[in-house]
Design a binder for this molecule. Structure first.
Ligand code: SAT
Ligand code: MN
Length: 593
């Protein structure tokens, strides 16, 4: 027993009685204990130990083919009142859902061990951090949580007798998709996840706590939990400015967070430092500015497409002490492979389903023939990252100069534009749309509205969430970060990306920072401030000004149509939509005419 905290003991005894475990184990965070668990997982086949020389401390795990992504249609916000979950969330009455979930989970730990994982989201003891306890019957979950969060005895010591902690209960049951539920009970600080063993559904510190529960807590307590990466940009004078950026899942947040500047900028002395790649918790600091921490301690990144060129730092982060999920196993070397890791697919490999994979049958256009699942992942410790910020463990967080929203849009949205003010930026965030990706079950490539990239992650009524954003801006006043929108994904008529992306996105970040410091000019348009094409540095880039100019325009008719779609979308939020949004649509329409 690791605690005398009465609220913890009471909850644990309730769960214990329900699931009937054979054994019980508190996760202390000690390496020896984790190593025992790795050995056990290898012995049972739950994990495969990889080549100790090439990939020291690394393991491969395969989930069931029916359990490879988040399941948004089975994710619920169980607030007491339906209207508080809002129109973008599935809702169920909490008492009814508790009963349903308890019935599903009853007795399912028989013959299994109940692992109790105390974890801290954020540096232990930071005023911006929060504590949770996850109970699970999966060693895979324990080992992933031990990478993604700070776990162990120190967390319980820090919690003491407090009741300010999040209850996370996971039971893999039979991994039955028909009985799979991912449920958040925001008013009870509780998460219950059953019948899944895939990352986003079961690493309860991540989307379930750090976004769905925390967004609700932030609303009640006056702070913000956002689906944002955090990065620091160091200029040649050694000054570091931080930005946070929101993109839907699998739109390149990890790539942007770890980007390597183009050579001409590196030569001048520019550097990028990673604070976080997925989630930001932000509070107003003592000086009135907005400060951010990354509540996580590792990266749960998409593997396919990650390579030395696209994301050197992410790949480097995965070369030791990493758990790979649903990638391919190269039998000749006992290492891992995924699409676009390199040009040499393994000759003898096992695909993500566990079947022999024939590279000669691999067809780029047929996702099902891929060796690695399109949403296959690496779970890598943040300390592995060569460009990890020295502020990563800072308890006070980093001051944010700019907030950036982005989506994956083949057409319409320009490469970059700046909102006219905070309220305009909130409107820009609320109007984010993006093509869907493999990170969630369902069709890929369909444009859907995804306000602030939080559509699957907001734990309360999204209209109230917009209002909370507006109120944060009022509190921040002239210390508020500037807000921008970017789109790296514009395509030409042949479906080729126009902007090179990756490290070259630094050119856009530099314009953004120059704007924050009043150093760059801009063109005022109906939707916001756009750069003059000559204000984006194209040094060493194989791109002409006209091509750049073509993605720095505001197409009047397309934007009028966008406003129509947005206006209709906003109807959803009824009388909880901030009235200023309607006024803004009207004024943008007028300015476009
Ligand atoms: O699947 S996760 O939610 O863990 C990752 C993501 O979708 O961003
Ligand atoms: Mn994410």
């Amino acid at each position: 027993m690791m605690t005398k905290n009465p609220t913890v003991l009471k909850w644990l005894s309730e769960i214990r009685e329900l699931v009937q475990p054979d054994k019980e184990m508190w996760i202390t965070g000690e390496e020896a204990q984790l190593e025992e668990l790795r050995k056990e997982a290898v012995a049972t086949g739950e994990m495969i130990k990889l080549n100790e020389e090439k990939l020291p401390g690394c393991y491969l795990h395969r989930t069931k083919p029916n359990d490879v992504a988040r399941v948004e249609d089975r994710t619920f916000i169980c607030s007491r009142k339906k209207e508080n979950a809002g129109p973008t969330n599935n809702w169920c009455d909490p008492q009814e859902m508790y009963k349903r979930l308890y019935d599903i989970a009853r007795g399912t730990y028989r013959g299994r061990t109940m692992y109790i994982i105390p974890f801290s989201m954020g540096p232990i003891g930071s005023p911006l951090a929060k504590i949770g306890i996850e109970v699970t019957d999966s060693i895979y979950v324990v080992l992933n949580m031990a990478i993604m969060t700070r776990v162990g005895t120190k967390v319980m010591e820090t919690l003491g007798d407090s009741n300010d902690w999040v209850r996370g209960f996971h039971a893999k049951c039979d991994v039955d998709p028909e009985k799979r539920y991912i449920c958040q009970f925001p008013e009870d600080n509780t998460i219950i996840s059953v019948n899944s063993a895939y990352g986003g559904n079961v690493l309860l510190g991540k989307k379930c706590f750090a976004l769905r529960i925390a967004s609700y807590q932030g609303w009640k307590e006056g702070w913000m939990a956002e689906h944002m990466l955090i990065l620091g940009i160091e200029n040649p004078k050694g000054e570091i400015k931080y930005v946070a950026a929101a993109f839907p899942s699998a739109c390149g947040k990890t790539n942007l967070a770890m980007l390597i500047p183009p050579k001409y900028l590196r030569d001048k002395g520019y550097k990028v430092w990673t604070v976080g790649d997925d989630i930001a918790w932000m509070r107003i600091g003592p000086d009135g500015r907005l400060y951010a921490i990354n509540p996580e301690n590792g990266f749960f990144g998409v593997a396919p497409g990650t390579n030395e060129h696209s994301n050197f730092n992410a790949l480097a982060s995965t070369r030791k002490n990493t758990i790979f999920t649903n990638v391919a196993l190269d039998l000749d070397t006992n290492t891992v492979w995924w699409e676009k890791l390199n040009e040499n697919p393994p000759k003898h490999a096992i695909d993500w389903r566990g079947n022999p994979w024939d590279p000669s049958k691999y067809d780029k256009n047929d996702k099902l023939s891929a060796a690695a699942h399109p949403n296959s992942r690496f779970t890598a410790p943040a300390v592995n990252c060569p460009c990890l910020s020295s502020e990563f463990n800072s308890t006070s967080g980093v001051p944010i100069s700019a907030l950036i929203f982005g989506g994956r849009r083949a057409k319409l949205a320009p490469l970059v534009y700046q909102a006219k003010d905070w309220a305009g930026g909130v409107f820009v965030g609320a109007s984010v749309s993006s093509e869907t990706t493999a990170a969630a079950a369902g069709a890929v490539g369909v444009v859907r509205h995804d306000p602030m990239a939080m559509l699957p992650f907001c734990g309360y009524h999204m209209g109230d969430y917009f209002t909370h954003w507006l109120e944060m801006g009022e509190k921040l006043g002239d210390k508020a970060p500037k807000i921008f929108h970017v789109n790296w994904f514009r395509q030409d008529e042949n479906g080729n990306f126009i902007w090179p992306g990756f490290g070259d996105n630094m050119r856009v970040l530099n314009w953004i920072l120059d704007r924050c410091e009043g150093k760059a000019d801009a063109v005022e348009t109906a939707i916001g401030y756009l750069p003059h094409p000559e204000d984006i540095d194209l040094t060493d880039l194989d791109m002409d000004r006209e091509t750049l100019a073509s993605i720095l325009t505001v197409d009047k008719d397309a934007w009028l149509a966008e406003m129509d779609g947005l206006s209709e979308y906003f109807d959803k939020f009824g009388d909880r939509l901030p009235p200023s949004f309607r006024e803004r649509i009207a004024s943008i329409r007028k300015d476009l005419q």
